[in-house]
Design a protein around this ligand. Structure first.
Ligand SMILES: Nc1nc2c(c(=O)[nH]1)N[C@H]1C(S)=C(S)[C@@H](COP(=O)(O)O)O[C@H]1N2
Ligand SMILES: [Mo]
Length: 201
């Protein structure tokens, strides 16, 4: 794992802290970089995004195909399980909800296994991903993602602890039964709701 908590500096007023900062979190103005392993070297020429599992037809998208899908921009607070929160982060990408509208799911599909580079996975129930603020993001702060923050594509699920926001994503596998992902197998709580402090299993 790289980097530290990055929580430092003065905290926002108490009213903001109460409403927007979950218990046990500290606000940071920095943008800590956190992941297992190293930043993958990616060549867009050999890059694809795969949709498979409980779908009528598996699909493969190129990066260009994703970039012409409807764009959506969100401003959201993110909360890392290690204790830092960052308020008003700005992300642009494709809403999961819009993305999935182009896919015919089998009726048994209930969860998504999110596949990222180097075998990293996390998983989420489909209804959670259907929220307005869930993106397949390619921009942060109105500029392309940097490699360490997930370029060319990352998931952003602001309502869950930030480890569910997988960087360097390469595919969605639709499944009937949930399977624990990388951090979840390593002790994190699969529910991951910061407001309920669902940190560890
Ligand atoms: N592929 C991948 N994505 C990942 C992780 C990881 O280890 N691998 N770590 C997660 C964790 S624990 C956090 S807090 C966020 C950090 O995102 P950031 O580095 O952009 O702040 O990425 C998440 N996405
Ligand atoms: Mo994290």
């Amino acid at each position: 794992m790289t980097s530290g908590t990055g929580a430092s500096g003065s905290q926002p007023p108490a009213s903001i802290l109460r409403e927007r900062v979950p218990p046990g979190q500290k606000v940071t103005d920095k943008f800590p970089v956190l992941h297992y392993g190293s930043v993958p070297a990616i060549d867009l020429a050999n890059w694809d995004f795969r949709v498979f599992g409980l779908v009528e037809e598996p699909v493969r998208y190129t990066y260009e195909q994703l970039l012409v899908m409807p764009r959506h921009r969100i401003v959201a607070d993110v909360h890392c399980v290690t204790g830092w929160s960052k308020l008003d982060t700005v992300w642009t990408g494709i809403r999961f909800r819009d993305f999935v509208a182009g896919i015919r799911l089998r009726p048994q599909a209930r969860f998504v296994i999110v596949h990222a580079e180097a075998g990293f996975t996390t998983s989420l129930p489909i209804p959670v991903l259907m929220d307005d603020d869930v993106l397949l993001a390619y921009e942060y702060d109105d500029a392309p993602l940097t490699p360490e923050h997930g370029w060319p594509l990352r998931l952003v699920v602001p309502k869950k602890y930030f480890w569910k926001s997988a960087k360097w994503i390469r595919g969605f596998e639709f499944v009937a039964e949930d399977r624990l992902g990388f951090w979840e197998r390593n002790g994190y709580n699969n529910e991951a709701d910061p407001w309920k402090e669902q940190r560890y299993a």
